[in-house]
Each structure stands twice: as structure tokens, then as C-alpha cells.
Design a protein around this ligand. Structure first.
Ligand code: 4AD
Ligand code: MG
Length: 464
């Protein structure tokens, strides 16, 4: 079906005066005695194009009512002309031919009235046709491209790490199991070992929570790598910031220490936010109007100002001295709760904050131990309104120290043999981070529920 994108007609003035074919879905329609006005959206732009139909010249005027039903899909032929009323340089189409591709009956759930995001969540297959999701998914696409661009332009190699894994990267027991063994067969086995020995891989397997461990393997050959793919977490936390399947951006950089990787993370965030602000002015204005007043100024501030770096120990002091009654008590050694993160980012700094050098007990086995013996060279990037969007660390590059950290945690060294080998054969200082793609999307759109920035959210008790 040869046709032109609405976005191109709207931005390329050379279409004015030309005949075009457009296809799309009816978003609204008005009817007067002689004329009908149809707002058509083809998904290429947040704005709709107006189709102007002169009923007297239109041979299907009788059936126009079915053409103009909200949600119907149309193909229209007509001439691009400057908008008669807008007077702002925008264009509309004087229609000569109209073809109904698919009618849309009255029970179409998306009627003119604005539907709440909660209600839209019950129809993930249709909600994408609203302005909000049109804007969200363009932002998502532009951001994804900007992330690739950032790394590609800087000699990083894009690698795809396995989704099915035999080792748990974060070690927090949040893995989904991957098995072909059936529940009915379980009774046939004397022990769990025998049961798993008979499984597809001959041992337990799961969906990867992070591509980091394999990313480190690649970084030891290619120097700078990044992954951008799904990670899976079977966390039973039903929050507005957690999904069971999320998209994870994970660079891994050889010869980088904690300071270096912090610089890279900040630079990358600034780059992608800037790219988004430049590429998506209409979407940004839309989010500002309907979701977060002040969003543009917030993002400009992200681009222009230095992120805060705050040592964990100083963060604890700051929280202890805060004139706030936190629900979770604060003492050195505790993990920061959402209320603590929000206080630090929103009340104290009002910008992104890297909290560094966490106590080793609350962090993962692979993080480099600091000389103080108590902390690790790790950082979380916290942002106002959301909390953690990046988990980052320098990796333990010392063979003995890594083994010791694994032993303390009672980990099975066998299943990490390849990873441990990296410390044996030409080990180098290296660092990396994981950015939650949906989390940064929430940050740049002002959308408050992670379920609304991913096509089909997977959360505890919900899948469709
Ligand atoms: O802090 P996390 O657990 O770190 C890692 O997985 C490291 N292996 C990353 C690395 O160094 N390569 O996860 C990283 C980020 C979090 O900061 C958060 O933004 C996101 O992944 N994330 C989630 N996003 C949505 N839903 C969930 N359930 C998430 N869990 C983590
Ligand atoms: Mg984390």
C-alpha cells in the first residue's frame, strides 16, 4: 500500500500542493452540514493530520458516518494544503478519495474521554493507540537509539549475553527457573540432584538477572563492551518501579576504576537525555503538560549540572541528622530504603546523586573491596522521583580476594569457574554498570508507574 508518513507531510513543506496517500486510524471526527473533519493518526507523529472532506463532492457521503467512527482505519487520497484555521504553518489534506480499511464498532474502549492509566493497563493491546503511549514509545525508541549511538561512537562492542544461565549474577535468589522437567515427574526422583541431573541442561538453570558476568568475559577481550537486552527478576515486590522482565543496559570497561566508570555513566546519561530533548520536543511538551510540570527544566538541569557524588558514610550521617522521622532506622551498614533515597535526591540535592562505597555486606560478591576492609568500590545512581536507576561497581580483579568473597557468601565456585579464570589469565582493573532502561524512561517522561513504559509489563501475578 504506497502511502506517505504523516510525520513527513507535517515536516516537509515540499508536500504542500501535492497529492498524497495517507493511512491511519481515526482519532476524532467532526461533522458539519457540508464538511467533515477527520483527525487521522498513523503513529509516526504525536500530532494527527486533519482530513477535510467536502461532502458535496464525496460520492460516499452516505456512509461517511462509518468512516468517521473512532478507531476505524482509513486510506485517504488528497492534496496537502496549508491549514485553513491554524495559521501556524501546519497542513491538512483536502480529501478526494477515502477508503475504509477496517470499521470500528461502538464498543471500542478508547472513546473521546481521557482514560486513566490504570484502566488502560487492563488493555495493553489497545492502550498503545493513545497519545500517551504514542509519546512514551517514541521516547523509548529514541532513547534506545541514543544509547547505542553513545557506545558505538566510542568504540564499544555491542555483545549479546545469554538469557538462560547456570549462574546467578546478583546472588540474591531472584532467578526464574528454566526447566523441562514436569511437576508430575518429580515424584519419580529420590533427590533433587537426580531430578536436576535429568533436566535439559543436566543441572539447574534460570533466566539471567544480568549479563554482567558474561559481559566481563567479553570486556577482557574487546576492552569496552555493552549489552542491551532483557533481564529477569523474580522479585515478589509489587512496586511502581519493579517488573519481572526489564531491559538492561550494561557496559563493561577494562582498565577503568570506579572514578572512571562514574564519569562514563554520567556522560552517557547526559548524552541520551540531550538527544531525547532535541529529538522529541513535542513528546516532551506533552509529558510536561499531562505528567510532570517542570520536566523540561529538570532535564536541562541534568544536562547542565554535575551529578553529586556522596560517600555512603556521609549519606548515613546526612540521614541521621535529617529533620525527618524515617520509617526504617538509619545506621551504618543498613541498605538505603526508598524513603532515604528520596530524601537524599529530592530534599537535599534535587539532582542525580552517586552514592559510593557501600558496606560490603549489603553488596554483591564481585565488587572490588576497598582498602578499609569494610566497604566496596560500588555506586548506585539515585535520581529524584524514582531512586536507583543505575547499579555500578569496580569489579574485584584480584583472584584471592574474589575467592574469599565467594567463600564468605557460601557460593558454589564450580559454577563460576569461567568467571574466576578471568582473574587468573591477564586480570585487569575493570568496572561496569547496569542501567534499568524502564527506570530512565520513567525519569525522562514523568510517567510514575513502570508498567506504563513497557509494552507488556510482567509483574507478580500478572502476565498477558
Ligand atoms: O543494581 P542491579 O541489580 O545491578 C546489576 O544487575 C549489576 N549486575 C549491573 C552491572 O553492574 N552490570 O540492577 C541494575 C539496574 C538497577 O539500578 C535498576 O535500574 C534496574 O537494573 N533494575 C530493575 N528495573 C526494573 N525492574 C526490576 N525488577 C529491576 N531490577 C533492577
Ligand atoms: Mg542495585
Amino acid at each position: 500500500m504506497k502511502h506517505v508518513d504523516v510525520k513527513d507531510i507535517m515536516t516537509d513543506k515540499s508536500y504542500v500542493g501535492k497529492e498524497v496517500v495517507v493511512c491511519g486510524w481515526v482519532r476524532t471526527a467532526r461533522d458539519s452540514k457540508n464538511m467533515a473533519f477527520i483527525e487521522l493518526n498513523d503513529g509516526t507523529s504525536l500530532k494527527h493530520i486533519q482530513l477535510v472532506v467536502n461532502k458535496e463532492e464525496f460520492d460516499k457521503a452516505d456512509s461517511l458516518a462509518t468512516f468517521t467512527k473512532l478507531g476505524s482505519s482509513l486510506k485517504a487520497v488528497g492534496t496537502v494544503v496549508p491549514s485553513a484555521v491554524a495559521g501556524d504553518g501546519s497542513v491538512e489534506i483536502n480529501v478526494t478519495e477515502l477508503e475504509l480499511l477496517g470499521p470500528c464498532p461502538e464498543d471500542y474502549p478508547l472513546q473521546k474521554k481521557r482514560t486513566s492509566l490504570d484502566t488502560l493497563r487492563t488493555m495493553p493491546h489497545l492502550r498503545v493507540r493513545t497519545n500517551t503511549f504514542n509519546a512514551v514509545f517514541r521516547a523509548r525508541s529514541v532513547l534506545a537509539a541514543a544509547i547505542h549511538e553513545y557506545f558505538q561512537d566510542r568504540n564499544y562492542v555491542y555483545v549479546n549475553t545469554p538469557l538462560i544461565t547456570g549462574s546467578d549474577c546478583e546472588g540474591a535468589g531472584e532467578m526464574f527457573r528454566v526447566t523441562t522437567q514436569s511437576y508430575e515427574d518429580a515424584a519419580k526422583y529420590e533427590s533433587a540432584e537426580e531430578y536436576y541431573a535429568d533436566d535439559f541442561f543436566g543441572k539447574t538453570a534460570g533466566l539471567s538477572v544480568s549479563g554482567q558476568l558474561e559481559g566481563e568475559v567479553a570486556a577482557m577481550a574487546f576492552g569496552k563492551i555493552y549489552t542491551f537486552g532483557p533481564s529477569f527478576r523474580a522479585e515478589k515486590s509489587n512496586t511502581t518501579r519493579h517488573v519481572a522482565e526489564f531491559w538492561h543496559v550494561e557496559p563493561e570497561v577494562a582498565f577503568a576504576e570506579l572514578d572512571d566508570i562514574i564519569e562514563i555513566a554520567e556522560d552517557m546519561i547526559k548524552y541520551v537525555v540531550k538527544k531525547y530533548v532535541e529529538t522529541c520536543p513535542e513528546e516532551l511538551a506533552f509529558f510536561e503538560k499531562f505528567f510532570e510540570p517542570g520536566l523540561s527544566a529538570k532535564l536541562q538541569n541534568v544536562i547542565d549540572s554535575d551529578f553529586q557524588i556522596l560517600d555512603y558514610t556521609d549519606a548515613i550521617k546526612l540521614l541521621q541528622e535529617a529533620p525527618v522521622d524515617f520509617k526504617f532506622p538509619v545506621e551504618w551498614g543498613c541498605d538505603l530504603q526508598t524513603e532515604h533515597e528520596r530524601y537524599i535526591t529530592e530534599e537535599v540535592f534535587n539532582k542525580p546523586v552517586f552514592v559510593t562505597n557501600y558496606p560490603k555486606e549489603i553488596k554483591s560478591f564481585y565488587m572490588k573491596q576497598n582498602p578499609d576492609g569494610k566497604t566496596v568500590a560500588a555506586t548506585d545512581l539515585l535520581v529524584p522521583g524514582i531512586g536507583e536507576i543505575i547499579g555500578c561497581s569496580e569489579r574485584e580483579a584480584d583472584y584471592d580476594k574474589l575467592l574469599e568473597a565467594m567463600e564468605v557468601r557460601g557460593m558454589d565456585k564450580e559454577s563460576y569457574a569461567d568467571y574466576i579464570d578471568l582473574r587468573k589469565f591477564g586480570s585487569v582493573p575493570h568496572s561496569g554498570f547496569g542501567l534499568g532502561f524502564e527506570r530512565i524512561l520513567m525519569y525522562v517522561t514523568g510517567i510514575q508507574n513502570i508498567r506504563d513504559v513497557i509494552l507488556f509489563p510482567r509483574t507478580v501475578g500478572t502476565i498477558r
